[in-house]
Design a protein around this ligand. Structure first.
Ligand code: ADP
Length: 525
C-alpha cells in the first residue's frame, strides 16, 4: 500500500527542477539526510496534501546519488528507509555512490550496445536498399517497353523499400482518371482499378511534386482504387509522384501492413529518389518508343516508295518499248528506205530510249537497294579507263554546248568495283557539268589517288551552287534553280546512293558563278 502511495505521489507531484533529485542530477553531488524529522517535513513541504502523504509514508532517512557514466549523467538513484526506522550513515552513502556509478556504467553499456545493434541493422537495411536500387537501375536500363518499365517500377520499388505491396497508377490519356497499371507484393489493388483523377491522392502529390506519407489508409478521405480502403484500412503508405519532363505520368504507391512499422519521412525521401529514377527510365523508354515508331514509319515510307517506283517504271517502260519497236522498224527499212541522216536520227532516238529505259531500271534498282536488295557485279577495274571512255562519250555533247572537255588521267590503283555503276555515276556528273556550264567554259575529268582512295574529279567552270543549298543537293527531286535547265533532280541522289553502295561517296566543292568539282571516290577494296 505504501508503494502505491509513493507511486501516486510521484504522479501527482512529479519532482520539479528545484527538487532534490533534480539538484543531484545537475550538480553530480550526492544529497543525504541522515534523519528526516517532522519539523523538516513541516517547513520543507508547503503543500498540505503532499506533506500528509510524506508523513504517512513514514520516511526516516534518505540518500540521493548521481548516476554518472563516462562523464555523462544518465540519472539519479534514491534510497529511502521508512518503517524499519534505520538511518543511513557515511558508509552507506559511499556504498550507494559506488553502486550508482557501477549501475550507470552498466546502463550506459546497454545504451551503447543498443546503438551498435541499431547501427548494424541500419547498415544492413541500407545495404539491402542499395543492392535493390542497383538492381532496379540495371534492369530499368535494360528495359525497352513502357509496360515492362512500369512493371519493373512496381516490383523493384517493393524490393528496395521492403514494403508489403506496391502499385503504379497512370493518369489516363484524357486526364480524367487515374488507373492502376502494375502491381507487386501482397497488398495492392487490382490492375485496371481506377478513381477519378480530380481529388485523388495522385493529383495531390503530382501538384505538390513531393511524396506523401499516410499513417493508415483508413484516415484518408480521398477515394482509393479498388477495394483497398476496405481491405487494408490499417496499412501505412507512401505515394510518390512520377513526373516525366514536367508531364504528370502517375504515382507509385508503397504499402506496409499494420504489423510492420509505418513509413518514416526518411523512407519517403528514399522512395522519392526511387520515383525519380523510375521517371527517368520511363522517359528513356518513351523516347526509345517514339524513335522506333519513327523508324517504322520511315521503313513503311521506303517500302511504299519502292512499290511506287516499280509501278511507275512498269507504266513508262511499256510505251517506251513500243516506241523503240517502231524506231527499229524504221531503222530496218521496213517502212521505206531512210537516208543516212534519217538513219542517224533514228539511231539517236533508239539510244535515247535505251538511256531512258536504263535510267528507269536504275531507279528500280536504287529502290531495291534502299530496301536492301541490289546485286553488285564487282570486278577489278582501272578507273582511268572508265574516265577515258566517259570523256569520249560526252565529247560530242560538250562540244555542241561550246565547251572544251579533256581528261587529266593520273595513275590510280586497281579497285574492285562494279564498272557499270561507276560509269553510271560519272555519266551523271558529266551530264550535269555539260548542263550547268555556260558556253565557252571547260570540263576536266581528273583521276588520282587521295590517301588510300581512288578519286575521280569532274571539274567544271559552270554556274556553281550557293553554299546554303549544298545540303539539299543530293536529295531526290531537289533542284537549285529549276528555270536554268530541264531535269528531274534525281541524278545526284541516285549517284550518291550508288557510290555509297560501292563503299565510296560523291562529294562536291563549289563556288557560285565560278564552277563546281564533283568527286566520286571509291575505296581500294
Ligand atoms: P537535275 O540535273 O535533273 O536537276 P541532279 O540531281 O543531277 O538533278 O542535280 C540537282 C541540282 O543540282 C540541279 O538541279 C542543279 O541545280 C544542281 N547541279 C548539279 N550539278 C551541277 C553542276 N555541275 N553545276 C551547278 N549546279 C549543279
Amino acid at each position: 500500500e505504501k508503494l502505491k502511495l509513493a507511486r501516486d505521489l510521484n504522479v501527482r507531484f512529479p519532482p520539479d527542477e528545484n527538487s532534490a533529485p533534480a539538484q543531484v542530477y545537475r550538480s553530480g553531488e550526492s544529497q543525504w539526510v541522515r534523519e528526516i524529522t517532522n519539523d523538516m517535513l513541516d517547513t520543507g513541504t508547503p503543500d498540505p496534501e503532499y506533506r500528509a502523504i510524506l508523513k504517512s509514508l513514514g520516511l526516516r532517512s534518505v540518500m540521493i546519488v548521481p548516476l554518472t557514466a563516462r562523464n555523462t549523467r544518465v540519472g539519479v538513484m534514491t534510497f529511502i528507509y521508512a518503517e524499519s526506522g534505520r538511518l543511513y550513515n557515511e558508509d552507506d552513502v559511499a556504498f550507494a555512490e559506488d553502486l550508482a556509478s557501477r549501475a550507470a556504467i552498466a546502463a550506459d553499456n546497454a545504451r551503447l550496445f543498443e546503438e551498435a545493434q541499431h547501427a548494424r541493422a541500419e547498415a544492413e537495411r541500407r545495404e539491402h536498399e542499395e543492392a535493390a536500387l542497383r538492381k532496379a537501375t540495371e534492369s530499368m536500363a535494360a528495359t525497352f517497353s513502357v509496360n515492362d518499365i512500369i512493371q519493373e517500377i512496381a516490383r523493384s520499388a517493393l524490393d528496395a523499400t521492403r514494403a508489403d505491396g506496391s502499385f503504379v497508377e497512370r493518369v489516363s490519356p484524357d486526364g480524367e482518371r487515374i488507373v492502376v497499371v502494375a502491381t507487386a507484393g501482397d497488398i495492392c489493388p487490382e490492375v485496371g482499378a481506377s478513381v477519378p483523377f480530380e481529388g485523388s491522392v495522385a493529383q495531390y502529390i503530382l501538384e505538390k511534386k513531393q511524396p506523401q506519407v499516410v499513417e493508415s489508409l483508413g484516415q484518408l478521405t480521398t477515394p482509393l482504387p479498388g477495394t483497398l480502403a476496405e481491405t487494408h484500412a490499417t496499412s501505412a503508405a507512401i505515394a510518390v509522384p512520377l513526373i516525366d519532363a514536367g508531364e504528370a505520368i502517375g504515382a507509385l504507391v508503397l504499402l506496409r501492413g499494420e504489423r510492420n512499422a509505418a513509413f518514416t519521412p526518411d523512407e519517403a525521401k528514399r522512395a522519392h529518389t526511387f520515383g525519380n529514377l523510375a521517371s527517368l527510365a520511363f522517359r528513356k523508354v518513351h523516347l526509345l518508343e517514339a524513335s522506333e515508331q519513327r523508324s517504322r514509319e520511315l521503313e513503311q515510307l521506303m517500302e511504299s516508295r519502292t512499290r511506287l517506283v516499280r509501278g511507275f517504271s512498269h507504266d513508262v517502260k511499256n510505251p517506251l518499248g513500243a516506241a523503240d519497236g517502231h524506231a527499229s522498224l524504221l531503222e530496218d527499212g521496213m517502212i521505206g528506205e531512210l537516208t543516212p541522216p534519217q538513219l542517224n536520227s533514228v539511231s539517236r532516238i533508239r539510244n535515247g530510249i535505251a538511256t531512258a529505259v536504263s535510267l528507269i531500271n536504275d531507279l528500280v534498282e536504287l529502290a531495291r537497294a534502299e530496301s536492301g536488295q541490289i546485286v553488285l557485279k564487282k570486278q577489278p577495274v582501272d578507273v582511268r579507263e572508265i574516265a577515258r571512255e566517259i570523256v569520249e562519250q560526252y565529247r560530242p555533247a560538250a562540244e555542241q554546248a561550246g565547251l572544251s572537255i579533256k581528261g587529266e588521267l593520273g595513275a590510280v590503283e586497281i579497285v574492285s568495283t562494279d564498272a557499270d555503276r561507276a560509269r553510271q555515276v560519272l555519266g551523271n556528273l558529266l551530264s550535269n557539268a555539260v548542263k550547268y556550264t555556260p558556253s565557252g567554259g571547260s570540263i576536266v575529268v581528273v583521276t588520282g589517288m587521295r590517301e588510300k582512295t581512288v578519286v575521280i574529279d569532274v571539274v567544271d567552270t559552270g554556274i556553281g551552287i550557293p553554299a546554303d543549298k549544298l545540303n539539299v543537293l543530293f536529295t531526290e527531286f531537289e533542284r537549285i534553280d529549276p528555270t536554268v535547265k530541264p531535269g528531274m533532280g534525281l541524278g545526284l541522289a541516285i549517284s550518291r546512293a550508288i557510290a555509297r553502295l560501292l563503299g565510296g561517296d560523291v562529294t562536291v566543292s563549289t563556288e557560285r558563278g565560278r564552277g563546281s568539282t564533283f568527286t566520286l571516290c571509291l575505296p581500294k577494296v
